[in-house]
Design a protein around this ligand. Structure first.
Ligand SMILES: [Zn+2]
Length: 606
């Protein structure tokens, strides 16, 4: 469509008007507004992050004008305004306070600017399916001459990485291309027929050659995973927006980009050898968000098609969309060759340990955890490990259990990979045309359609029940030994998760029915002494290593400003630390299964 012939009736202009005050100014022009009163609102949440965030609370000023004159603007609820009466072109001008250094909101200072559409672009009610123009302007004045723009918003005249005019096909698209501005570093590579850029913000000493090579391997592997025949990516361009800070971790998926926050020490540096744990974690995050390009951005739960952004939108399927993505993020690092089998087993062991540590896994299923993401997973407190299970980690284990089950029952002919490709063909590839998503209870039928296996009862038991998954047995069938060891060599258990906050040793969680809880300790208590001696975290751990189950430990702690003294009867540490190893004497069938499952590049060539 030619823009000149079909003038766009909705236009946004955004300016980082005052970086020091962290203010973006947005001007929204609407041709032909609803004459009796035009409604505008900001989303209450951003897709991919299931928490009500009420972005509208950061709008600090807002005014409406029409035909050069001020217009009455009435606030209707926490995030909705109405301008009335409207004639001709309506213009809204508002300022947004941007001081959320996360991948979910907006942030602006003299070093850079970042925003998600959900936190800055008001929705024009009734006009959601219309195309709109987006002018992104530089900060006023001459103070920031080197600032550029990184976004996958389609350009409409803006030069590459430049300020200027962009566009979006509809409001949903407008929200799905975050924008970074500043003096970022850039690297590019090609994968799946699409150009991939990395825009890296922050202070860092990154080895871009290593970073690009590793990400290219991961991206190419994922494209081949979903499109083994065409090997073509579902987008024409992809952008990794990376913000390196002192300490941070987070990512949010979008249709053609992802915003990542990481600690600068998690990025590769010149001369780095091997795969340090912090970099493995970064690659896992990048792989996770990239996998979402297919799984949740295009294959979606039906309830997200379209998104209801004014209030919570519940689905019981986050174990598929987040859990399966968590399963494949590490597995595809292995298959791309950036991770070795030992590294992969270590990562998988951490996932298993994460699930095993939480007593809440006996109380909540992954379907319930998905449904309650808004009020429980995303709003965790000191009791969460006792009360909930993560649809990420347990969902990843459900994926593993299903993958191994399908491989075993089909003698290696089918796998969860086939199920993912089936979901992709059925829902994802055509999503933009058809708009259909996965219905809440439809997963078992989709699995059966491609594998011929009736696993409905099994899937329900694993996803609606709370029993531990039979991973030891399933892994043995794939030539992998899963052994559980105690976390410490000998020693005794306090039954609490400890953290050091501002130099103080604090109980983060007193685990259900554990020694600390039974002795009267609770989350938030600050431990100051053990057996009459001042302790820090390392000191207390050392003390626990020297004790045995059944022995007593005298603890002094503060609850608020009140001193508590209690005697903890220590317990035996449970075997909760998983160790995965290749089974030396596996059967030929198990070895075949293992090769198909792990499919490391070396094996594939053989
Ligand atoms: Zn995710």
């Amino acid at each position: 469509m030619s823009l000149a012939k079909h003038p766009i009736a909705l236009g946004y202009r955004i300016v980082p008007i005052d970086p020091q005050a962290h203010l973006f100014e947005v001007v929204l022009r609407v041709a032909n507004p609803e004459p009796s009163g035009q409604l505008f609102s900001l989303p209450a949440w951003i897709p991919g992050s299931y928490l009500i965030r009420d972005f509208a609370r950061q709008i600090v000023t807002i005014e409406a004008r029409s035909r050069g004159k001020p217009l009455r603007l009435e606030k209707r609820d926490k995030h909705t305004w109405q301008a009335a009466p409207c004639q001709g072109v309506l213009e809204l001008r508002y300022r947004v306070y941007a001081w959320d250094l996360s991948v979910r909101g907006a942030h602006l200072d003299a070093t850079h600017g970042f925003f998600n559409g959900a936190s800055v672009f008001l929705r024009v009610h009734g006009r959601e399916s219309e195309a709109c123009g987006v002018r992104i302007d530089p900060p006023p004045g001459a103070e920031f001459p080197h600032w550029r723009v990184a976004t996958t918003l389609p350009p409409a005249g803006a030069p590459e990485f430049g300020f200027g005019d962009y566009q979006a096909g509809d409001y949903d698209e407008l929200l799905d291309h975050p924008v970074e501005m500043g003096d970022f570093a850039l690297a590019s590579f090609e994968a799946g027929g699409a150009r991939h850029d990395i825009a890296l913000t922050g202070r860092h000493d990154t080895d871009f050659a290593r970073l690009s090579a590793d990400l290219r391997a991961v991206c190419a592997t994922q494209v081949r995973f979903f499109e083994p025949r065409t090997r073509s990516a579902p987008m024409t361009r992809y952008l990794f927006l990376v913000d390196a800070i002192g300490d941070g971790y987070g990512g949010l998926e979008h249709r053609a980009s992802t915003a990542l926050i990481c600690s600068r020490n998690g990025l590769p540096y010149p001369g780095m050898t091997g795969l340090p744990p912090a970099y493995r974690k970064f690659l896992g995050l990048a792989s996770h968000e990239y996998f979402h390009t297919w799984n949740v951005k295009r294959i979606k739960p039906q309830v997200f098609a379209p998104y209801e952004l004014a209030r919570e939108s519940h689905t019981r399927l986050l174990w598929v969309f987040e859990g399966f993505t968590s399963y494949y993020d590490d597995l595809l690092l292995l298959r791309s060759g950036v991770l070795g089998v030992e590294d992969y087993f270590e990562a998988l062991g951490e996932t298993i340990a994460n699930v095993m540590r939480g007593p809440g896994r006996a109380l909540q299923s992954v379907t319930a955890s998905s449904f309650d993401a808004w009020s429980r997973y995303y709003r965790q407190d000191e009791n969460s490990p006792n009360a909930i299970v993560s649809y990420y980690t347990k969902g990843a284990l459900v994926a593993l259990a299903l993958d191994l089950t399908i491989r075993q029952r089909s003698a290696g002919k089918r796998s969860l990979d086939d199920v993912m490709r089936h979901l992709w063909r059925r829902f994802g590839r055509a999503f933009e045309r058809v708009g259909a998503g996965l219905e809440e209870g439809a997963f078992p039928a989709e699995l059966e359609a491609v594998t011929g296996l009736k696993l409905g009862r099994q899937i329900r038991a694993w996803t609606e029940g709370t029993a531990d998954l039979p991973l030891t047995r399933l892994l043995r069938g794939a030539g992998v030994k899963l052994a559980l060891h105690a976390a410490t060599k000998g020693g005794a258990l306090l039954g609490a998760k400890l953290v050091t906050r501002a130099g103080a040793l604090e109980i983060a969680t007193a685990y259900s029915d554990g020694p600390a809880e039974r002795a009267g300790l609770a989350g938030g208590d600050v431990i100051i002494a053990a057996d009459g001696l001042r302790v820090d975290e390392a000191g207390l751990q050392a003390l626990l290593e020297r004790r045995r189950a059944g022995q007593k430990l005298r603890l002094h702690a503060f609850r608020r400003d009140e001193l508590l003294a209690c005697e903890v009867v220590l317990a035996a540490p449970p075997p909760s630390e998983p160790k995965l190893t290749l089974e030396a004497r596996a059967s030929a069938a198990a070895l075949r299964l293992r090769d198909g499952w792990l499919a490391t590049p070396r094996r594939r060539r053989r």
